[in-house]
Design a protein around this ligand. Structure first.
Ligand code: CA
Length: 231
């Protein structure tokens, strides 16, 4: 899994540095800014996987930043955790209504914050898995377990569906047969590696009708890759 990037928006330097230190040590990549305008610039430059935003900031409130992020189509999927010294229930409600995914009250322990971050990332990753993925017109709808192309439904067996779903959620990367068995079939099932080829063939055949079989690419000596680019 790729390293997750977290943007910390906090003007109190000791707190910001303490959080950043803990998160870096836990394997996150961290960016630090001290106000809303710097946060906006940072997000425009590089979309983080999660934003930690303090409520009280020098130029605008963290709540306003949260609202703005959740209003903008480009950033509304980015999870936001609000940090605040204000423990009142009313503030918590306002923060969550403003679109924050969670809310942590100061003082908090680095461990507590880390647990909240991981919980929010897990939750949003699952929500993302329900999304519709569109790869140049080949559309995977995870909620209904359907794959559409050119206005029609691609007829897939359950294994081919799982295989395609895995590929479309992990595009542009090569997976060996052993990795595919592990990720698609599950590591505890004994299946010969040849089986992968059989299902790849079936998947390509189903996609061929719509001209999308070219997305399932053989990488000689390595395995398979899903890519919308020409192999
Ligand atoms: Ca502050």
């Amino acid at each position: 899994m790729a390293v997750k990037q977290i943007l910390i928006v906090e003007d109190e330097r000791p707190i910001r540095e303490m959080i950043a230190f803990g998160l870096r040590r836990s394997g996150f990549e961290v960016r630090e800014v001290e106000d809303v305008s710097a946060a906006r610039a940072s997000i425009a430059d590089h979309r983080p996987d999660l934003v930690l935003v303090d409520w009280m900031l020098p130029d605008m409130s963290g709540l306003e930043l949260t609202r703005a992020l959740k209003r903008d189509k480009d950033t509304q999927e980015v999870p936001v955790i609000m940090l605040t010294a204000r423990a009142e229930e009313q503030d918590k409600v306002m923060g969550l209504e403003g679109g924050a995914d969670d809310y942590v009250t100061k003082p908090f322990s680095p461990r507590e914050l880390l647990a909240r971050i991981n919980a929010v990332l897990r939750r949003t990753a699952q929500a993302g898995a329900e999304d519709v993925i569109d790869a140049d017109g080949l559309v995977l709808d995870a909620a209904s377990h359907r794959v559409m192309a050119g206005g029609g439904t691609v007829q897939l067996g359950p294994t081919e569906y799982r295989l395609l779903s895995f590929f479309m959620t992990h595009p542009e990367r090569v997976y060996s047969r052993a990795q595919l068995l592990d990720r698609v079939w599950g590591g505890n099932v004994y299946v010969e590696e040849r089986t992968v080829d059989v299902h790849i063939r079936r998947l390509r055949k189903a996609l061929e009708v719509f001209g999308y079989d070219r997305f399932i690419q053989t990488v000689r000596g390595s395995g398979y890759r899903f890519s919308t680019r020409v192999a």
